[in-house]
Design a binder for this molecule. Structure first.
Ligand code: ATP
Length: 193
């Protein structure tokens, strides 16, 4: 998957709508401390479905919404749109929006979807909020000190098989539900004899 553009509105320090184009080759983001460089990487993770306060450097879900400054009132929502191209070069647009008191909503290519669908889209493309391709500050030291289990997860991501775990969990849950239904059915049939 190739990320081509990121659009933010009301997300953390990006109170005004902002657009970051990622052209072929190297894209650098420079600016003084605290200007929002790390917030851009967090926006990518967030639109991919990240909810962990630690990864988002926030206390709660709504903390990603522009909180206001001495001169600007807070915003009621935050929205991030990620424009990407899948492995076939097809356009993929993913939107996540959060409104105060209303939680998050996702869209893929303009269609309303569940968080789980977004996770699958990125998992199938061997990427996602936890992809080792997204390296935040201090992460290199963490990779070096990673436990074997964590290192295996990174290798699975790199090999493109991480998405299979999500599908396997899904299939196992469906299997368990079917087994429970079968047991109930057998009980009912025994009652009819
Ligand atoms: P450094 O170079 O020091 O790592 P940076 O350019 O990566 O800095 P970020 O850490 O991305 O900067 O941005 C931090 C800024 O974002 C801070 O000024 C902080 O006040 C602001 N910020 C974070 N969350 C919000 C929010 N919800 N509302 C308004 N501003 C926010």
């Amino acid at each position: 998957m190739e990320i081509r553009k990121l659009r933010l509105s009301g997300f953390k320090s990006f109170v005004e709508p902002a657009e970051l184009r990622i052209e072929p080759g190297l894209t650098g983001v420079v600016g003084p401390n605290g200007c929002g460089k790390s917030n851009l990487l967090e926006a990518i993770r967030w639109v991919m479905g990240e909810n962990s306060p630690k990864s988002m450097r926030s206390g709660g879900m709504e903390d990603v919404i522009f909180a206001g400054t001495a001169t600007r009132p807070p915003r009621d929502f935050a929205e991030v749109v990620l424009h990407a191209a899948d492995s076939e070069g097809e356009e993929l647009n993913v939107t996540r929006r959060i409104e105060r008191g209303a939680g998050s909503a996702y869209r893929v290519n303009g269609r309303d979807v569940r968080a789980k669908d977004v996770a699958l889209v990125f998992a199938d493309a061997a990427t996602g909020a936890h992809s080792p391709a997204l390296v935040s500050q201090g992460k290199i030291a963490q990779v070096i000190a990673a436990k074997p289990e964590e290192r295996r997860m990174m290798l699975e991501e790199a090999a493109g098989i991480a998405g299979l775990h999500v599908r396997r969990r899904d299939a196992e849950n469906r299997l368990k539900a079917t087994e429970r239904n079968l047991a109930r059915l057998e009980d009912l049939m025994a009652g009819l004899d």
